[in-house]
Design a protein around this ligand. Structure first.
Ligand code: HEC
Length: 195
């Protein structure tokens, strides 16, 4: 028991370094370090599953990871759908895998202090598996879609709790096919579709 407590404190200390402290905006490389820690510690967003269905070939399977700050908050609120104001320092990531379980890229969102007040202060980022920065900062393409989850502070509950309509997916990713497993979810859970 004692060991477990010490372990948890260590996890907290290594996953929330000063770079995520209130009032600071990390660089894309410091955020990548924090993303790596989330991938390493394997804390999952509540209600999500490892290799759950994504919507396209580039995210055929996904894993939603969180840091301890985000996890404690979502637990306290009783799930993502009740989480209306993530605390500063919350970090959420989505590992995107192809149909062969190969990691394609990792998207991340970090709640910063007074970063982008109109859009709930999320720093949005996208990294290649090797840590190359593909997008970082106030990324309109990310924010415009995540705004659909406005009630839960721009965070989507994992599938099948929240789903995107085929129309929304096509408008953000023209020409990309929707995966079969995602189509099945859309048929089975039409009420989960966010407009
Ligand atoms: C077309 C809409 C859309 C776009 C564009 C989009 N996302 Fe998402 N994102 C989603 C949906 C839906 C989920 C939930 C699916 C899941 O949990 O696997 C999600 C999940 C996430 C998560 C996990 C936390 C959560 O909300 O469930 C992160 C982090 C994330 N996206 C970051 C980004 C970043 C960064 C970008 C831009 C580079 C981006 N997203 C672009 C729709 C979108």
């Amino acid at each position: 028991m004692r060991l477990r407590t010490i372990g948890m404190v260590l996890v907290m200390a290594t996953t929330c370094p000063a770079l995520l402290a209130e009032g600071t905006t990390p660089s894309s490389s410091s955020l990548w370090k924090s993303v790596r820690q989330v991938m390493h510690h394997r804390l999952l967003l509540p209600a999500s599953k490892r290799y759950q269905p994504g919507s396209r070939a580039g995210d055929y399977y996904t894993i939603d990871g969180v840091n301890p700050t985000a996890l404690a908050y979502v637990h306290r609120e009783g799930g993502v759908m009740h989480s209306t104001r993530f605390p500063v320092g919350s970090l959420l990531i989505k590992e995107n895998y192809d149909v062969h379980h190969r990691l394609v890229n990792i998207t991340a969102m970090l709640k910063a202090d007074r970063f982008d007040t109109g859009d709930h202060n999320w720093i949005m980022a996208n990294y290649s598996p090797g840590g190359k920065v593909l997008a970082f900062g106030k990324v309109a393409a990310c924010i415009n879609c995540h705004a659909i989850a406005g009630k839960s502070d721009f965070v989507f509950a994992p599938p099948p709790l929240n789903l995107l309509s085929a129309q929304t997916i096509h408008s953000f990713f023209p020409g990309k096919k929707i995966t079969k497993p995602y189509k099945i979810l859309l048929k089975k859970y039409p009420h989960a579709v966010l407009q």
